[in-house]
Design a protein around this ligand. Structure first.
Ligand code: ZN
Length: 140
């Protein structure tokens, strides 16, 4: 079920899992981190959405967030074509925010308008963290 795969058009690999409940129970902890949702095409992983979960102060972790996206897919609201996901656990909110920002900029560049993220990742509540990507002015 777990699969090592190359990112679309890149020489970088990642591990993806089928976008279903069983995989989420196994690999998505109730912890802070980032995730990618996408599809497999010609043995490459095309990322269509990048997100983060678990900002502390009672906010939910990766498992909860991914299950919510699965429910959105099953009810036909959103993410209907998603078939694979990846997870990346982080130590804290700042790390998750940095990872999410880097992913957002990278996949926007690779995928253009195909990516579902239409706006820049928000800063964690109550913080003033800058985007780690050089030259980014989207949070100003
Ligand atoms: Zn940015």
């Amino acid at each position: 079920m777990k699969e090592l795969i190359k990112y679309y058009g890149e020489d970088v690999t990642t591990i993806v899992y089928p976008f279903d409940e069983k995989s989420m129970e196994k690999v998505a902890p109730w912890k802070c981190g980032t995730y990618e949702l996408g599809i497999k095409e010609n043995d490459e992983f095309k990322v269509l959405y990048v997100g983060r979960a678990g900002d502390g102060s009672g906010e939910r972790g990766l498992r909860d967030r991914l299950e919510e996206h699965l429910w959105e897919k099953q009810s036909g609201k959103k993410f209907v074509e998603i078939t694979y996901f990846s997870v990346n656990c982080c130590n804290d909110v700042l790390e998750a925010f940095n990872e999410e920002c880097k992913g957002y900029h990278k996949f926007k560049e690779w995928m253009g308008t195909a990516i579902y993220n239409k706006i820049h990742p928000a800063r964690p509540t109550g913080t003033d963290y800058p985007c780690p990507v050089e030259g980014c002015e989207e949070l100003d």
